[in-house]
Ligand binder design. Structure first.
Ligand code: HEM
Length: 461
């Protein structure tokens, strides 16, 4: 709370000093060893794995799957959502994703004419939010249609900077959460904005509920309300919390990874051109929108995405779990075995595990080739967590990352100051360094240093 999201680096330092297993709170052990991932984050639905209060409390949304502690209840809730996020169903979202990319290009054309640097994190968050919101609720107001890309939404997100306060002074956050939006807005305008956003979701849930005939398969929330789950699971209070987590988890995280990808491509002309050459084969016309199924087999595109997901995890928090029924045995590389008694909390954090030097050569460098040389590395990625509580939006996130990266690189070139006439529309980094995209603070989601404006580019047509 006091050093604002820096504890993850303290934990990393403890590992450097004391080895791969460290007690980092009186009640939590952290393990920095990729070989333990599968054991702790078991895929088997029979092995109960529950999130610990250090994660649950932060979210203040026990109606959502993300903040559901009980293993069985989590399973039931997740089963309702799972079909929407299968690879097959996410593929069906191709028109929504491509329409959003086309909207983004339309805006980028406008920004090129204005000649001002553009904050791409803002644009990407607007785009990813438009996609998940359309999937969750259907057509509605689009952030990308708003003049400022709905920067107010980022004010809404700003309370996430208070995430650790919410965790550790839970009663205060809980009390504030119960205040009516108007009172909250008067007290703390930004948090008030957040409460209004959540209440807006409740209104959307209720509107779907009131609609006379609910068309099959229309949106996530149409389907949940149509389904035969118990009525208590369909209550507005629960569903608005589910909606809140889906919209937040589905926008901020993917957008920051996209910004990291674009930063690295624009700062490395060779890499950019190699990717463009790969894309030209499946997208001969620079103005065509990507066909999702053609992107899966592009090695460099997918290696670049994987490396950005590794080095810039959009969710930075410690994924603390308890195993209520079984002791866990951790065998350290020095041969010593540690017994972690059932019910104890154990965590792993992506910013640490994804940079484990035993697994990744030059872990702080952006080297997509590592995934070309050894695709099996992907199984150690912690960015989306693992096991039964792995990110439900992983397929959607990858499809967005593929489509947006491919579309942007195919359409634009990097601005070349040495020639008079460019070959088409261009992008150029504007006063942006790697520090502006790096994981500086853990506010559950990643954040750069205070005052950073994120990734900024000049767009020219
Ligand atoms: C690069 C993008 C993304 C990253 C890095 C990411 C990361 C994560 C992580 C680490 C978790 C597990 C948290 C924990 O165990 O404490 C998680 C869960 C979740 N994510 Fe994502 N996420 C991304 C995109 C998305 C998208 C696009 C959605 C869209 C709906 C989404 C929805 C969720 C939900 C609902 C959960 C809770 C799953 C459960 O409890 O069963 N995420 N995500």
């Amino acid at each position: 709370m006091i050093r604002r999201g820096q504890y993850v680096w303290v934990v990393e330092e403890m590992h450097r000093k004391y080895g791969p297993i460290v007690r980092i709170r009186p009640d939590v052990v952290h393990i920095n060893d990729p070989t333990f991932i599968e054991k702790l984050y078991s895929q088997s639905p029979k092995q109960r794995r529950e999130r610990y209060w250090t994660v649950l409390q932060t979210l203040q949304a026990d109606g959502s799957i993300l903040a559901t502690r009980d293993h069985e209840l989590h399973r039931r809730r997740r089963a309702v959502l799972n079909p929407f996020f299968s690879q097959q169903n996410v593929r069906r979202l191709e028109p929504i994703i491509n329409d959003t990319l086309a909207n983004l290009f339309y805006r980028m054309d406008g920004w090129a004419k204005a000649g001002e640097p553009v904050r791409m994190n803002v644009a990407f968050r607007a785009a990813t939010k438009d996609i998940i919101q359309a999937y969750a609720f259907g057509e509605g107001d689009k952030c990308l249609d708003k003049e400022d890309c709905e920067t107010a939404f980022f004010d809404i997100m700003a309370p996430s900077r208070l995430a650790h306060v919410g965790t550790h002074i839970f009663w205060l956050a809980n009390l504030l959460g119960k205040l009516p939006p108007k009172v909250m807005t008067a007290l703390v305008p930004k948090v008030g904005g957040f409460t209004s956003f959540v209440e807006g979701l409740a209104v959307q849930v209720d509107e779907i509920r009131k609609a006379k005939d609910l068309p099959e398969g229309k949106t996530i929330f149409h389907e949940i309300i149509r389904s035969d789950i118990p009525e208590s699971e369909k209550e507005t209070r629960r569903l608005k919390e589910e909606a809140m987590i889906i919209v937040i988890a589905g926008s901020e995280t993917t957008a920051s990874t996209l910004a990291a990808i674009l930063y690295h491509l624009l700062s490395d002309r060779r890499l950019f051109n190699r990717l463009k050459a790969e894309l030209e084969i499946v997208m001969p016309d620079r103005n065509e929108l990507p066909v999702a199924s053609k992107l899966d087999s592009l090695p460099l595109l997918n290696a670049i995405i994987e490396e950005a997901v590794r080095l810039y995890p959009g969710a930075t928090h410690r994924q603390d779990r308890i195993c209520p029924d079984e002791d866990l045995f951790y065998e350290a590389p020095n041969g010593k075995t540690y017994v972690i008694p059932a019910g104890s909390a154990v965590g792993m954090a992506a910013p640490i595990l994804n940079r484990n030097p035993d697994l990744y050569d030059q872990p702080d460098e952006f080297i997509p080739e590592r995934y070309l040389e050894n695709p099996k590395l992907s199984k150690y990625l912690m960015s989306f967590s693992r096991g039964t509580r792995q990110c439900i939006g992983i397929n959607l996130a990858y499809q967005e990352l593929q489509t947006f990266t491919a579309g942007i690189v195919r359409r634009y070139d990097i601005y070349d100051p040495t020639v008079k006439t460019q070959n088409g529309p261009t992008l150029e980094l504007y006063q942006t360094t790697r520090e502006d995209i790096a994981v500086h603070s853990d506010f559950i989601t990643t954040a750069p240093y205070k005052g950073s404006l994120g990734l900024r580019v000049m767009i020219r047509d």
